[in-house]
Write a protein that binds this ligand. Sequence first.
Ligand SMILES: *Cc1c(COP(=O)(O)O)cnc(C)c1O
Length: 221
Amino acid sequence: MSEIGSHFKQIKQSVPEHVKMVVVSKFQPISAIEEIYGLGHRLFGESKVQELLSKYETLEKDIEWHFIGHLQTNKVKYIIPFISLIQGVDSLKLLLEINKFAQKNNKIVDCLLQVHIAQEETKFGFSFDELNNLYQSGEINNLKHVRICGLMGMASNTDDTQQVREEFHSLAQFFNQFKETVGNSFQILSMGMSGDYKTAIEEGSNMVRIGSSIFGERNYN
Ligand SMILES: *Cc1c(COP(=O)(O)O)cnc(C)c1O
C-alpha cells in the first residue's frame, strides 16, 4: 500500500468509532483522493470553492463533501446544490445567504457555526457572546432553510498542549450548554486537526478534520 494509504489507515484506527473523520483534501490532486476513496472512505473536506467544484465534477458522486474554509457570500450559490455540511459559518450575513440559496434549491442545508477560540487574531468565527446574542435576538429562528448542526473551532497553532486543551475544553463546555438553546439538530462538535486531534477527542470532539498527517505537508494553508 502507498504511504498515503497507510497513513490514512493508521490515523483511522486511532480515531474512536463515535468520532467522524473528515479527510481534508485541499491542495491534493485527484489521484490522492481516489486512493483514500479506494479504501472505502467517503467524507472529504475542501476549503476553496473553485477547487471543490472541479473535484466534485471529476470524482464519484457518493462522496460527502464538507466545506471547511472561509466561505465568501458571493460563492455560496455554487456549492448549495451538493454540499453536505458547511463547517465554517462565521457571520449572520453568510447564514442569510446560505438560507436564500437553500430555499431556491428547495432544500435545507446543514451548517456548523464557527467559534473563535484561538489566540491568533486571524482566525474567523463568532465569540461565545456573539452566539448567545444571535439566538437571543431571534434572527436565526427565521431561517427555515438552514439547520444548525453544531459548532466548529480551531485551537491556537502552538506547541503549548495545555493551552490547546483549554481552548478545546472551553468550546466543548459551551457546546454542551448551547445545545439546550438550539435543540435536537445540535449534535456535532468539530474540533481537531492533524496536530491536535487526539487532545480534541479527549476534550469531547466528535468530528476531526485531518489533512497533512495523511497526505504530508502542504505548500499552502
Ligand atoms: C486545512 C484545514 C484542516 C486540516 O489541517 P491539517 O493540519 O492539515 O490536518 C482542518 N480544518 C480546517 C478548517 C482547515 O482549513
